[in-house]
Structures are given as structure tokens and as C-alpha cells.
Ligand binder design. Structure first.
Ligand SMILES: NC(=O)c1ccc[n+]([C@@H]2O[C@H](COP(=O)([O-])OP(=O)(O)OC[C@H]3O[C@@H](n4cnc5c(N)ncnc54)[C@H](O)[C@@H]3O)[C@@H](O)[C@H]2O)c1
Length: 319
């Protein structure tokens, strides 16, 4: 990764000096245990500061070029949208949650960027096709970040098939359909270059229990990125991003179910199950993942063709 990423780390470390001294992510956990009316953990997403965003000079990072971001109403999708807009791209955010997507638009505007949002259920194929055409009316589609997703915790034998179908549609079929629809737009652009990022996970490399469908879709996204890249002749590239746990609602809302199903406390879920095999005991922030996507889109990643950015604190490769 370019040197500026290390610069970012230093800047973040400096800012943390005044924070209360806590072991691991204890302070964060306390916030996580405030529950909402559905009994889910509620968190405040970390606020994204300008200096945390990776800015790259790239001749394709211009307002004429459109970057579609799915799941732009929350977490990693929101951070990716802000990072792409801060890098001069016109962002078109797709999300089922209109209110939250609009909030992302406001955040983008406060960073001086440009973003449109389209309220959409990504499981609806006709709506996806319409949304891509609408996105094309804002400029030249050059980038797609498939980020929207959800989690459901159950064993294979207990897994509800309607949840299987929903996850398959949202997390594998929609990224495939979107790729199918945007590639012709990318090919029509002047330099015929286009890049598709797919948000995988450590669960696209290893399987933990009670997440069978999540695991399957994340492995599948690696197959999708490689398949797109195999046909892209070096111009249409695709890559996956595989992280461990990131501070978003999706990560925190699964703690209660995991605790119940494993018969352990929520604290133990975080310390042993989520972060146990990670050498870094704090969860990543959404903008750290947004920055990986920007790097993958940029000219610095021209040889990232079907590859995977595994940023997991050592979860997969160290024992
Ligand atoms: N948070 C983590 O620890 C983590 C780690 C690795 C990978 N991921 C992956 O990153 C992606 C984003 O996760 P997140 O943590 O930011 O989650 P999140 O819950 O904060 O955001 C998911 C977004 O997807 C949207 N969405 C859900 N269903 C939709 C639908 N049918 N149509 C349109 N939009 C829909 C939601 O409204 C939400 O804005 C997911 O694919 C997830 O699997 C997350």
C-alpha cells in the first residue's frame, strides 16, 4: 500500500493520545451494549474525519466519472461513498434505507463531494436495471462497489431457507447482476477501463460456525471478481476486500445471537470469537475499508486483477 496509508495510521494514533486508557476495545464495547428497542446492540458509527481519507491522484478520479456504491446508507458502504466522493468521483449510492442514504449524501456534501442516492431493494432485478440506467445519466459509470449485505446466525441444520434465498439474492446475485449491467457502460468509456470492488470477508477464506450462508456468499464473491477479471483483458478489473470485524451495525448486531447459540457471554463473543485470532484487538473502522476500495480502484492497483486485499489483523494467515 502507498506510504500515505502509514501516514494515516500515525495521524490516528496521535489523535488517540487523549482517549481514556482501556484494554483492547473495552471502551467501544461499553457503547455497544446499549440496546435498541429490538434488543440489538446500538452503536454510533465512528465519525469520518477528512484527514483519515486516502486521497489518490488518478486521471480517472474526476466528477464526470460515476462510482456506484451499494449499501451506501451505513457502515462500510457509507465510508466508501464518502471516500470516493472525496476523490472527486460522482457517487451514486444504492440502498434500501432512503433516510440513511440521504444522511450519507449530507455527509458527502459536508466533505465537499457529489453524491446522488437511489432507494432500491437490490433483490429486485428490474429495479436494479432501472437504477443502473439512472446512474448512467449522472456521468460515465467507471466504478462499482458491491458492499450491501446482512448477517444471519444459525447452523446449517437450523438455517431458514427464506433467509438463505434473501442472502443469496442480495449478496451474490445482485453483485453479479450489477456487474453484468455496468460492464457494457465501462467498455463504452474512452479508455474502456472499469473497476468492480466486491466486499468479501475473512469468511471468504475461512468458515466459522453458524454463518454458513454468509461464508458461501463471501467465497462466491471471490469467484465473481476472478470471473469478471478473467474476461476483462486487463481493462475491466475486479477485486475483493477481505477484512475481519469492522465497527458497524452488522458486526455488533450479531453479538447477542452468537452469545446465545454458543452459550457464552457477549464479552466472550467479542474477545474470543470475533477478535480471538486477530493480532490487533481493535475492530477496523469503516473508513479504513473505504480507503482500501479507493486504492483498489486507482492506477496504483492496475495489477490487482481478480486478487483479494486481505486486511484481517492476521486472522487467516497466522496461528
Ligand atoms: N462489519 C463487518 O465486520 C464486516 C466485515 C467483513 C465484511 N463485511 C461486509 O461488508 C458489507 C457491509 O457491511 P456493514 O458492516 O457496513 O453493514 P451495515 O449493516 O452497516 O450496512 C449494510 C447496508 O446494506 C443495506 N441493505 C441491506 N439490504 C439491502 C437491500 N435488500 N437492498 C439495498 N440495500 C440493502 C442496508 O440498508 C445498509 O445500509 C457486507 O457485505 C458485509 O458482509 C462486514
Amino acid at each position: 500500500m502507498p506510504g500515505s496509508i502509514h501516514g494515516l495510521k500515525v495521524a490516528q494514533a496521535k489523535e488517540k493520545v487523549d482517549e481514556p486508557k482501556t484494554k483492547g476495545n473495552r471502551r467501544f464495547l461499553k457503547a455497544a451494549f446499549d440496546k435498541n428497542e429490538r434488543g440489538h446492540m446500538e452503536i454510533q458509527e465512528p465519525e469520518i474525519k477528512s484527514y483519515e481519507i486516502l486521497i489518490i491522484k488518478d486521471e480517472n478520479f474526476i466528477p464526470d466519472n460515476v462510482c456506484i456504491v451499494t449499501g451506501a446508507g451505513s457502515g462500510i458502504g457509507r465510508a466508501a461513498a464518502i471516500a470516493a466522493a472525496k476523490n472527486q468521483l460522482t457517487v451514486v449510492g444504492f440502498d434500501i434505507n432512503e433516510g440513511e442514504a440521504k444522511k450519507t449524501c449530507e455527509m458527502v456534501a459536508s466533505h465537499g463531494g457529489k453524491m446522488e442516492c437511489i432507494q432500491i431493494d437490490l433483490c429486485d432485478s428490474d429495479a436494479v436495471a432501472e437504477a443502473v440506467e439512472k446512474a448512467a445519466s449522472f456521468g460515465q459509470i467507471k466504478y462499482l462497489a458491491n458492499i450491501a449485505g446482512l448477517q444471519h446466525i444459525d447452523s446449517v441444520e437450523n438455517f431458514p431457507m427464506e433467509k438463505y434465498d434473501l442472502m443469496q439474492k442480495l449478496m451474490l446475485r445482485a453483485p453479479f447482476l450489477l456487474s453484468k449491467l455496468v460492464i457494457p457502460h465501462m467498455k463504452k468509456s474512452k479508455d474502456q477501463i472499469g473497476v468492480i470492488a466486491n466486499m468479501s470477508s475473512v469468511h471468504g477464506h475461512i468458515c466459522t460456525k453458524n454463518k454458513p450462508v454468509y461464508n458461501i456468499t463471501k467465497f462466491g464473491l471471490r469467484g465473481l471478481s476472478q470471473s469478471v477479471s478473467a474476461e476483462g483483458e486487463g481493462k475491466i478489473r475486479s477485486f475483493t476486500i477481505s477484512t475481519g470485524f469492522v465497527r458497524t451495525r452488522l458486526a455488533l448486531n450479531q453479538i447477542a445471537a452468537q452469545a446465545e447459540q454458543r452459550g457464552i457471554t457477549p464479552d466472550e463473543v467479542v474477545e474470543k470469537v470475533m477478535m480471538g485470532n486477530s493480532r490487533v484487538k481493535e475492530m477496523m473502522t469503516p473508513i479504513e475499508v473505504g480507503n482500501m476500495i479507493i486504492f483498489g480502484f486507482s492506477r496504483h492497483a492496475n495489477y490487482l486483477i481478480g486478487g483479494d486485499l486481505l486486511f484481517d489483523g492476521g486472522m487467516v494467515l497466522t496461528y
